[in-house]
Design a protein around this ligand. Structure first.
Ligand code: 13P
Length: 279
């Protein structure tokens, strides 16, 4: 089916009690791996790319690749701009027909974050989803950061959500970007943020979080969980192992297919960790 709006993915997940994974792509192997896992599980999903990873190809190229691969897929999928750090990146993703947008002005002081995020809301049609971030998520995401971690303040949530009207709110509650095996969600804080927010929540930094934490997120009105490092590492590891096994290896197609299979496994496992009742 054609790409759907992020609003449709949110609504379908909310009505079915599901949590959508949001998996970062960069290239054709990653896209193929993600979509194969989506087809296996049937769970509505976001495929996303941050401006730092668009540097290899361009927004239109990512749109063409993802939408072409999804044309004969029955599961609803939205194409999402991850960490749009500027209004220019929001504009570029909208021009390339992305169906879901993140504005991330979370490193700015509160008033400036609110002002920039509200402009992004005006730019993003109501039929498309907008994600904004309140509190700053630590760790290193692509070429950004490392960002200073600043937990989301539940007291700021009601006004921010009322002023920006995001379809989903990214929060900093112990989650960390990148390889962070010790990162843990503070569920007490997450519960306070949930109770303060009329918008469903987004957790970034899904790679480092343990299975039992991922499986509880639906109770906290979390609708989207971002995962990038795990699948990137699966691809790089596959190529590294192929080279170590045979430094004269030249079958790019064989190793690429192995990388797709490795990514599919990682993504499928993450989707099932987020949705333990789906088999
Ligand atoms: P991880 O790389 O830790 O999975 O985080 C990805 C992310 O949050 C993308 O926005």
């Amino acid at each position: 089916m054609p790409l759907v709006s992020g609003v449709d993915v949110i609504n379908e997940c909310t009505s079915r009690g599901l949590v959508a994974g949001a998996f970062n792509t960069t290239n054709i192997e990653t896209t193929m791996g993600i979509v194969a896992a989506i087809e296996r599980t049937g769970v509505p999903t976001f495929i996303q790319v941050a401006p730092t990873n668009v540097a290899l190809s361009g927004y239109e190229y990512i749109y063409d690749m993802v939408s072409r691969r999804l044309a004969d897929t029955a599961v609803p999928v939205a194409l999402h701009l991850d960490h749009g750090k500027s209004l220019e990146s929001v504009e570029a993703a909208l021009a390339a027909d992305f169906t879901s947008i993140m504005i991330d002005a979370s490193e700015e002081p509160y008033d400036e974050n609110l002002r920039i995020s509200a402009i992004a809301r005006e730019m993003t049609p109501e039929s498309l989803a907008l994600e904004a971030e309140l509190g700053s998520i630590g760790g290193k995401e692509d070429d950004h950061g490392p960002e200073e971690e600043l937990s989301t303040d539940p007291a700021q949530v009601p006004d921010f959500v009322a002023a920006v009207r995001p379809d989903m709110l990214a929060v900093s509650v112990g989650n960390v970007h990148g390889y962070a095996p010790d990162a843990r969600i503070d569920f007490d804080l997450l519960a306070q943020v949930r109770d303060a927010s009329t918008a469903p929540l987004v957790i970034h930094g899904g790679s480092g979080l343990p299975t039992e934490q991922l499986g509880r997120l639906a109770e906290f009105n979390v609708v989207k969980v971002n995962v990038a490092s795990d699948l990137r590492n699966a691809m790089i590891r596959t190529f590294g192992e192929a080279y170590v096994a045979n430094p004269n290896e030249v079958s790019l197609i064989r190793v690429s297919k192995d990388a797709v299979a490795a990514i599919t496994d990682v993504v499928e496992r993450r989707i099932l960790m987020l949705n333990p009742h789906v088999s």
